[in-house]
Design a protein around this ligand. Structure first.
Ligand SMILES: Nc1nc2c(c(=O)[nH]1)N[C@H]1C(S)=C(S)[C@@H](COP(=O)(O)O)O[C@H]1N2
Ligand SMILES: [Mo]
Length: 370
């Protein structure tokens, strides 16, 4: 009985952490979760920490750890290995530098994928006899129902396994391309509209509003603007990072100045995506501090469709959500209009050093730090 309830608590906690993790990781789940995402991130972080601490507290009771009991199958001890990798990489994602997070992303995704497979093997091994025979007796039926619930709940996780495997293989072996909607190795190509807008260079236009009549650039005209290069660590607020990414594009501040922008009169620059939903904003102060790029090249090639072709914003020093993709419109304004994720709880000033899952939790009032 003791084992039963402990096992049950494990299953519920792992399920909670696993599903919130999928919500952070999978583009489709992310857009479905919308406003709940910062909260989901808090639950994932808090749940992961609580589970890790509970496992440590529980396992020290058995020090010096004996061999697994005879009756448990050999694969069970792999669970501990995956959990340790998940805990260590989770800590890295939480407090590590961009370099640490880039590696931790791979370890976390890899161990999570392996752990999902482990859960499936576990479910297979523990399938009740009733699956094979009849489920006449009451305890047997309850056991079967519990097992079936576990099996059904594990299925959605399969959606993530291929993505995770691609992220890991892509980064470790440089395999990439079409299989990941063209995204470069290591990137998780997010979209909040359930697809990647395919903008054609023939029909794409960039419109600038706020300086009298709207001004419009087509691709041929845009390509004549002077460009510069920036190499940075690309960092998503949910944890993953890609080291040393080289972007090339037009310097936002100089371009706006050439248009006659007066930052004192119009201290806000608003950005709109061709997906029709995503928006972002930067203040003049942020623009002069971070020198964002209107980028169309990544690591020497045109942006892949999944990563914002033909034009995206890139804000060095800020979290990835500021770097709006499929950019089609820029508006100069006297007042701010919060962007897509800012409306949903992430800070407008997305300076990488000022926010992580822990400070996010603190802000949401889950606990306070002094
Ligand atoms: N239009 C649009 N831009 C977007 C997003 C999005 O969903 N839609 N996601 C943002 C987030 S949260 C991140 S981390 C980065 C991801 O960049 P990538 O797709 O190149 O990996 O894009 C940002 N720009
Ligand atoms: Mo992100």
């Amino acid at each position: 009985m003791e084992f039963r309830s402990r096992h049950w608590r494990h299953a519920v906690t792992v399920g909670l952490v696993m599903f919130t993790g999928l919500g952070l990781f999978l583009a489709g789940w992310r857009s479905a979760l919308g406003a709940a995402l910062p909260w989901i991130q808090g639950v994932h972080t808090a749940g992961g920490i609580a589970y890790g601490l509970a496992l440590v507290a529980w396992s020290v009771r058995f020090f010096p750890w004996p061999k697994a009991p005879r009756h448990s199958p050999a694969y069970t001890r792999w669970a501990f290995f995956f959990l340790v990798v998940l805990a260590v990489s989770g800590a890295g994602l939480l407090v590590g530098s961009a370099a640490v997070r880039a590696v931790a992303t791979m370890a976390h995704a890899g161990a999570a994928a392996a752990f999902v497979l482990w859960v499936l093997v576990h479910l297979y091994h523990q399938r009740p006899a009733t699956v094979r025979r009849t489920w006449a007796t009451d305890p047997g039926r309850r056991r079967f129902l519990r097992w079936a619930a576990g099996a059904v709940l594990s299925l959605p996780a399969l959606e993530a396994a291929p993505v995770m495997v691609r992220v890991v293989l892509g980064t470790v072996f440089g395999l990439d391309a079409a299989s990941n909607a063209g995204a470069l190795p290591g990137f998780v190509p997010y979209t909040v509209v359930g697809g990647y807008p395919r903008l054609s260079p023939e029909t794409w236009r960039l419109r600038l509003d706020g300086l009298g009549e709207p001004r419009v650039w087509d691709w041929a005209r845009w390509a004549t603007e002077p460009t510069r290069e920036v190499t940075l660590d690309f960092q998503c607020v949910t944890g993953w990072a890609v080291r040393g990414v080289r972007f090339a594009g037009v310097d936002l501040a100089s371009w706006l100045e050439r248009q006659g922008w007066e930052p004192a009169r119009q201290p806000w620059v608003l950005f709109y995506s061709g997906d029709g939903v995503y928006t972002e904003s930067l203040s003049a102060a942020q623009i002069y501090r971070y020198r964002p790029l209107l980028a169309s090249f990544i690591d020497g090639r045109p942006l892949p469709v999944a990563q914002g072709f033909p034009l995206r914003l890139v804000v060095p020093g800020m979290y990835g959500y500021k770097s709006i993709k499929w950019l089609v419109r820029i508006r100069l304004a006297a007042a701010d209009e919060l962007g897509f994720w800012e409306v949903r709880g992430y800070p407008q000033d997305a300076y990488v050093g000022s926010y992580n899952s822990l400070t996010g939790l603190a802000r949401s009032g889950w606990f306070s730090v002094h």
